[in-house]
Ligand binder design. Structure first.
Ligand SMILES: *[C@@H]1O[C@H](CO)[C@@H](O)[C@H](O)[C@H]1NC(C)=O
Ligand SMILES: *[C@@H]1O[C@H](CO)[C@@H](O)[C@H](O)[C@H]1NC(C)=O
Ligand SMILES: *[C@@H]1O[C@H](CO)[C@@H](O)[C@H](O)[C@H]1NC(C)=O
Length: 418
């Protein structure tokens, strides 16, 4: 075990060395110019290091606006004895009285007494350990920020104006340096694309498990160098992705509130950024302001097999899932984020993050739209290397860093004839 960790550490350092070395070339070119550095290269506010400015001011909280929850959601999700269903309806009764449920303070939001939880969920002991852990932290909905890119969306020329057309928000984990670099080098490259459309990218991270090697120093170097790393103080796990998504909403409303569209996705997908921009640009205003588009799963229900990664016990959640867009990659209008965030205060966290987004959207009366260019599964085996097939797609699950670079170069080549 130790030798594997040591080996990964060496591989990691080598990768980073290569990354910094190759981008050092770029930074020296930039530094010869007289102009101020582009906004991407702002120092990130790493809390531990720039303590002077940040320690005294408490971050302003993001407003929760008045929302109503659609009848549709109430019809889809039965009001019965399952634990999550009960939590939902008790939150909705608070809403119907015109109040706001209290969000637990991070320092004491966990239910540490298993017996108390057991009185509500009689078969809790039979739940997978990770799900039990999720339940204990269900009320923990606002994690402290470790790395905050507060200048991400303000351009240096026009203070306070951000003209972000598309914000890529990529879910990743601390050790995935190589994947992040492949995204930066290819489809997640920041800049102004054809038609003057500005693209910005952030990576969303939690913390590694306590027994993993400490990556915080390398990570804060990476954050400073690229200005695109956001990190919160919760442990990475599949069941914490809902929390991650919610923290990202909060960050965006505070720091990038005028982004026209947000792409939320995994660090191992491939996005055809020019095709995505063309599609978004072509939308009529009415559609552009209420967009929730991706690979839509219309009629799903919880997996009831305890060995499935997505297992949800009947005593936890009862009912079908609302239609949702696969979490590998979907796009949502920036103008929906505020109501999405507000309504999330009344929808208890659900362990599967894309289902949760589907629930919140349904609560707002927004239905996800199907777009055939979003492939959260994959294209046919024989088409995986076919550039012409990829040229027409918007998003494809799952590509390695090497494949990503090959595809990106290929679809952007002027020599490509299809
Ligand atoms: C992140 O930075 C922005 C801009 O300085 C600030 O408004 C916000 O409070 C910061 N967030 C945290 C949690 O420090
Ligand atoms: C979360 O908060 C709700 C409402 O305050 C409460 O009923 C529930 O027991 C809490 N759950 C946990 C796991 O702390
Ligand atoms: C989510 O993060 C919290 C805070 O770090 C941690 O205590 C919890 O174990 C994590 N949840 C899961 C399901 O791993």
């Amino acid at each position: 075990m130790r030798s594997i960790q040591a080996f990964s550490a060496v591989v990691l350092l080598l990768t980073l060395f290569t990354i910094f070395f190759s981008s050092f070339h770029l930074s020296t070119i930039y530094s010869h110019k007289d102009q101020p550095l582009s906004p991407q290269v702002h120092d990130s506010d790493v809390t531990t290091q720039s303590s002077k400015q940040v320690s005294l001011t408490k971050p302003p909280s993001v407003d929760v606006l008045n929302v109503s929850v659609s009848e549709d959601l109430r019809k889809t999700i039965p009001r019965n004895g399952a634990y999550w269903n009960r939590l939902l309806y008790s939150a909705l009764s608070i809403l119907d009285q015109g109040n706001l449920p209290l969000r637990g303070d991070w320092s004491n939001c966990r239910e540490t007494n298993p017996e108390r939880l057991q009185t509500n969920v009689h078969d809790l002991a039979s739940y997978p350990v990770l799900l039990q852990d999720f339940l204990q932290g269900l009320n923990c909905s606002s994690s402290p920020v470790l790395i905050n890119q507060s200048h991400k969306c303000s351009s240096s020329q026009e203070e306070g104006h951000d003209q972000t057309f598309l914000l890529f928000a990529i879910k990743t984990t601390p050790g995935n340096f190589e994947r992040r670099q492949a995204v930066r080098d290819t489809w997640g490259k920041e800049g102004v694309y054809q038609g003057g459309l500005r693209v910005r990218t952030v990576f969303l991270l939690g913390t590694p498990p306590p027994d993993a090697i400490d990556l915080s120093t390398i990570l804060s170097l990476e954050a400073k160098h690229f200005g695109d790393v956001l990190q919160w103080d919760f442990q990475e796990s599949f069941f914490n992705l809902t929390l991650k998504g919610n923290m990202f909403l909060q960050w965006t409303l505070r720091n990038c509130p005028h982004a026209s569209f947000v792409f939320s996705g995994d660090d191992d997908v491939f996005v055809n950024t020019p095709a995505l921009l063309r599609y978004l640009k072509s939308l009529p205003a009415s559609q552009a302001s209420h967009l929730f588009v991706g690979h839509v799963i219309k009629t799903a229900s919880p997996h009831r097999d305890p060995n499935n990664k997505y297992y949800i016990p009947l005593s936890f959640y009862d009912g079908p899932y609302p239609a949702y867009a696969g979490g590998g990659g979907f796009v949502i209008s920036g103008s929906l984020l505020q109501s999405l965030y507000s309504v999330s205060h009344f929808i208890p966290f659900f362990p599967i993050d894309d289902v949760y987004t589907g629930m919140c959207a349904k609560a707002l009366g927004v239905s996800p739209e199907i777009h055939p260019g979003f492939m959260t599964f994959d294209v046919k085996e024989q088409d995986r290397g076919n550039l012409c097939v990829h040229k027409d797609l918007i998003m494809i699950h799952q590509r390695s860093p090497v494949e990503m670079k090959k595809l990106w170069k290929g679809i952007n080549s002027p020599l490509l004839t299809c």
